[in-house]
Design a protein around this ligand. Structure first.
Ligand code: ZN
Length: 109
């Protein structure tokens, strides 16, 4: 993985950590079907897009440490593949060295 790819992967890892905090606050309010505003976990550090997601969708993505939730079109084919799409979001899975980095940095250990 070159330094550019590493930097891009690290941006996504940072966004994931922010979403983990949003999610833990959301949990205190309960309701899996309630929609919360998570942030786009894409590789663009300047992206501030909000993704309205239920906790159920968020949790299903988080179950795989190499998967991230991004807005449609925000995937980066160099380091990830789109594995599923939903209303206003898509799930990407990291490939190669970016996947290893994402797993190493998994906030859920
Ligand atoms: Zn984005």
């Amino acid at each position: 993985m070159d330094s550019r790819e590493e930097r891009l992967a690290k941006n996504e890892i940072l966004f994931r950590e922010i979403n983990e905090r949003i999610e833990s606050m959301a949990h205190t309010q309960g309701e899996d079907d309630y929609v919360f505003e998570f942030i786009c976990e894409c590789s663009n550090a300047d992206c501030t897009l909000r993704l309205p997601l239920t906790l159920k969708v968020y949790e299903a993505t988080r179950a795989d440490p190499s998967s991230f939730i991004v807005a449609p079109g925000h995937e980066l084919p160099e380091i990830e593949d789109v594995i599923s799409r939903g209303a206003g979001y898509q799930v990407v899975r990291k490939t190669g060295a970016a996947a290893a980095l994402a797993r190493d940095e998994d906030p859920r250990g």
